[in-house]
Design a protein around this ligand. Sequence first.
Ligand code: NDP
Length: 310
Amino acid sequence: MKAFKRAESNGFIIPDLTLESAYFENTNCKILDGKKLSNNFVQQSQALISARKIPCLAVILVGSDPASKVYVNNKIKIFKEAGFLSKSFILNEADYSEQDIINLIISLNKDENIDGILVQLPLPKKYNSINILNTIDSHKDVDGFLAHNMGSLATGEFNTAIACTPFGVMVLLHAYGIQLAGKHAVVIGRSNIVGKPMGLLLLSDDATVTLAHSKTKNLKEICKSADVIVAAAGQPEILTSDYVSNGAIVVDVGIHRKIDGKLCGDVHSSVKEKASALTPVPGGVGPMTIAMLLLNTALSAWDLINKKEK
Ligand code: NDP
């Protein structure tokens, strides 16, 4: 996998999970276990850290969105498990102007003890998210959202951080030995943080890629012609079994809380009867997103040291 070369040169590997495959109950559909793979990256990080600088992530959370709080806490917990450091800035919306947040980011850019800066999205509406995100030093953009880092992905250089969710999907597919060359991959969604980088990553591994979106006509027919479907529309259980061909590989990026409190994705449970492999929700793409944040922060810390030593 071309996009993994920067991680490989820093000692990370993609483990082979093909022999450990488990299946959804009463089906021939393999579970692509993101939790297991994420744990493996936590262990790899712990092992690699011993001889190197301990990476440190700064997390900025503004406002009181309950889901954002949960995401931030999960990230901090995994960083702790890996032996990494994190520094949280939990800011009250009423007390902080856009310029205050920009000034905070400028100071974190200069701070040599900080290797990565994450601004938890979405920000409250009063802020211009683009202005705030664009203040982050591209080397510390461990989310891989900035134009400089998206450009490195688009040109296939892969020498900067790659957006964590699509990167995690690619690593998961590789760990389960799923070959992409020549396959038709359909990505439902074209956002800057999931759909577009997902399409570019699949393309870099020689898949033939279709990016679908809300204006796409004949989505069902397009999906039926896919060998691989990545559902990232942000619509609960939109992808039902009649969109999926027998044997297709399906990745569920969506995450939604139902009225009964349970989590679901963009993929309906009926898809298990047709797909040959599927990511569960929870336990699929979510943990892989955090694992890739860990990896991007480690690479940010260790690449800087490598550059100083040269
Ligand atoms: P966005 O809302 O930014 O983008 C959704 C995309 O899906 C848009 O491109 C939109 O099209 C398209 N879309 C919406 N409805 C349809 C439809 N009916 N048919 C076809 N395409 C449609 O979402 P994100 O990309 O940020 O996130 C997608 C999902 O992934 C969300 O559920 C989010 O919660 C989840 N997520 C999960 C993560 C994880 O770690 N598991 C991390 C990040 C996101 P258009 O551009 O035309 O509007």
